[in-house]
Design a protein. Structure first.
Length: 299
């Protein structure tokens, strides 16, 4: 059944659905919320759901008015929107990437601790070896790494409140063992002597940082390739019909997308679901493509 009718309400709710959904995807990719709860992303996704419900309701009401014998016959006067094919073609891979990033969001405890450490200046610094606290342990090199030593050391840490000597186990040095007076790199917080001094304490946004910074070298080109590939199959004339509500086309697609949002909720809100939060979030990555395939095949 088709409902070829529109009104101011269908236009407003339709644009609200598109813009709020795009905003939720953009906020997720940009990392507006570094750790759960992902409030801006959830608010925008919730607004997209509300607008979708409003669009369906407004479309039913517009169709009912169009069937009134006293109303003017509905005639589509607008030309196909040339932006719509690009919006759908590139929106699908970007939304999938956003779901992947959400799936690997760091925990709130990790995020809060990272913020605390940043506030006290936690980073990697070069400090002086006072004396060896143990015998250097030599490790042979191979094709992937150079020979190195692990040595328990007593280091002089120049805290802002004054220098202190701190024992640090297993400090890494390449090629030769450290000696008193030499310098090594360790992580510590200059403004918080209570934070442990570690040889390798690098912190980051976990998998999100890896995906955006490193995999981005091929993910973004892949998104462009996928987008242009989908665009070649999506004509403005065919997609123009998707702007008018058709229950058999849109309701299942909305159900698929809503299922994807629900599967992301355990990760976005850090809810306990017996260890299934990550698998559910990864499954949600399939829903943008599935919903699009359904609409294109049934339109």
């Amino acid at each position: 059944m088709s409902m070829p009718a529109r009104s101011i309400a269908t236009t407003l709710t339709g644009w609200g659905m598109v813009l709020s959904g795009a905003g939720a995807v953009a906020a997720s990719v940009w990392g507006v919320s570094p750790y759960p709860p992902l409030v801006p992303e959830l608010l925008l996704a919730g607004l997209a759901v509300v607008c979708a419900v409003g669009w369906v309701t407004a479309s039913y009401r517009a169709a009912a008015r169009a069937r009134d014998p006293l109303s003017k016959p509905y005639r589509e006067s607008r030309e196909p929107n040339p932006v719509l094919p690009y919006l759908i073609s590139f929106g699908v891979p970007v939304a999938t990437f956003a779901a992947i990033l959400t799936a690997f969001t760091v925990s709130s405890s990790y995020g809060r601790e990272t913020e605390r450490l940043e506030a006290v200046g936690y980073d990697e610094y070069e400090v002086t070896v006072v004396r060896l606290a143990g015998k250097p342990e030599f490790h042979e090199g191979d094709q992937d790494r150079d020979p190195y030593y692990l040595t328990d050391l007593t280091l002089r840490i120049p805290y802002e409140s004054g220098p202190r000597e701190v024992a640090v186990p297993g400090v890494y040095t390449r090629h030769k063992p450290p000696a008193p007076g030499t310098e090594v790199d360790v992580h510590y917080a200059p403004r918080d002597p209570g934070t442990p001094v570690t040889d390798n304490g690098k912190r980051s946004s976990s998998v999100r940082f890896f995906l955006v910074a490193f995999l981005g070298l091929w993910i973004w080109p892949l998104i462009l390739i996928t987008g242009f590939g989908l665009k070649s199959y999506a004509s403005a004339e065919n997609l123009h019909r998707l702007r008018r509500f058709r229950p058999f086309v849109h309701l299942p697609a909305f159900g698929i997308l809503l299922t994807g949002v629900v599967m992301l909720l355990p990760t976005a809100l850090e809810l306990e679901v017996a260890g299934y939060a990550l698998p559910l979030a990864l499954l949600s990555c399939l829903t943008p493509a599935l919903a699009t395939v359904w609409m294109v095949k049934t339109a």
